[in-house]
Design a protein around this ligand. Sequence first.
Ligand code: NAD
Length: 432
Amino acid sequence: MKICMIGTGYVGLVSGACFADLGNTVWCVDKNSEKIEMLNNNQIPIFEPGIEELVNKNYSSNRLKFTTDLKLAVKNSDIIFICVGTPTLKRKGSADLKYVFQSAKEISEHINKFKIIVIKSTVPVTTGDKIEKIILRHNRKNKFEVISNPEFLREGEAIRDFRFPDRIVVGSNNKNVTKKIQSLYEPLIKKGAKFFSTNRRGAELIKYASNAFLATKISYINEIANLCEKTGVNVEDVSLGVGLDQRIGSRFLRAGPAYGGSCFPKDTQAITVTGDLFKTNLSIIKSVIKSNDKRKIILMKRVEKILSNNIKNKKIAFLGVTFKPNTDDMRQSSSLLMIPFLAKKGAKISYYDPSGEKSNFSKIKNVFFCNSIEEACNNIDLLIIHTEWEEFKALDFKKLSARKKFKIYDLRNLYSVNLMKKKGFIYYSIGR
Ligand SMILES: NC(=O)c1ccc[n+]([C@@H]2O[C@H](COP(=O)([O-])OP(=O)(O)OC[C@H]3O[C@@H](n4cnc5c(N)ncnc54)[C@H](O)[C@@H]3O)[C@@H](O)[C@H]2O)c1
């Protein structure tokens, strides 16, 4: 099939490359010309395992094309995916739909024959109705259908998630169009992906309801971890014991820092605003947001306590600053609050992240990027393991601590409490 992805970010690039790999011809469009230039020069603007090989393979076979020319891409495609960002609208908390509406307007100006317009961006329920109106306003002559096909991939595992999704959700009010999209996904359905179709509004809401539920699970176990710390219970035993109940399931029951990333914080905010708009109080999700905000403060207080409220001039190393491993995405990472907080209190912070230096910290006094774990950990008072990258899972702390005894705060419970104790380390973790 001939496909166009509008927005070549994490979602547009990964799903565009994967669709091309299934044999389709895919135009990836972005208004960011630097991004497109990079892609046309064999450079990948995001950090995502496996994406480089996939892009190179399909680009050289001419199934994957990159352009800033939306008109060209739309004219040459039958199915157009909108994959632009839907960030939080400041002060209101709702999803900022300006990029989505702008794309809809631009598409409407170039519709030359029947097009299926698929909203892949995460958008509040009823957005499809609005997009339909925008396109009708600009283009009444030609037929088109607007449908919803929310994306569930996770950064860091995005290619695998695209190829082996738990489910593919399509929301459309037109059965023929649903069938066409189903045939696009047929290679994945054959391998076991469940295909679920509903109406357009239903699919829009499924995406938000899923993310809010996952965020709830994380916040829930984080609060239980707080209780574990006070009662001498190991939160991992609780997670296991609870998760073995098939009605609950064990995934997303790992205690850690506040949830972050480009989706959960903005999507939980946005769905509560949608709820209010439709006079429905989503009180559970509202309290999850509060609990998650509080979590960031709880962890910072814990750091203060670990350092006996004496942070000034203490050397603190962060291993990992991204919100999760295998991504360079810093959006809503808890390190964005922790590092400035500690730096403001007079700490000297060194950090190392396998995805490289972050501009987020470049203007903060006393915060330095290091090129290796060893360099970051040189002569420190406290080591904070912030993100569970593979390379932090088997550290030789003895070597790191050769010069000075330091404390370790492991926000990801990567090490055994007993073993660390036996080896004589001053080790703190979450809910244990
Ligand atoms: N990142 C994830 O893990 C993930 C997972 C599932 C769903 N989503 C959702 O998918 C959507 C996209 O997320 P993302 O992380 O890929 O965003 P992103 O910020 O990485 O990429 C969006 C891209 O769209 C481009 N863009 C904006 N307006 C445009 C226009 N008019 N024409 C062409 N290009 C335009 C931007 O330049 C940018 O490159 C969001 O709604 C997000 O909530 C994201």
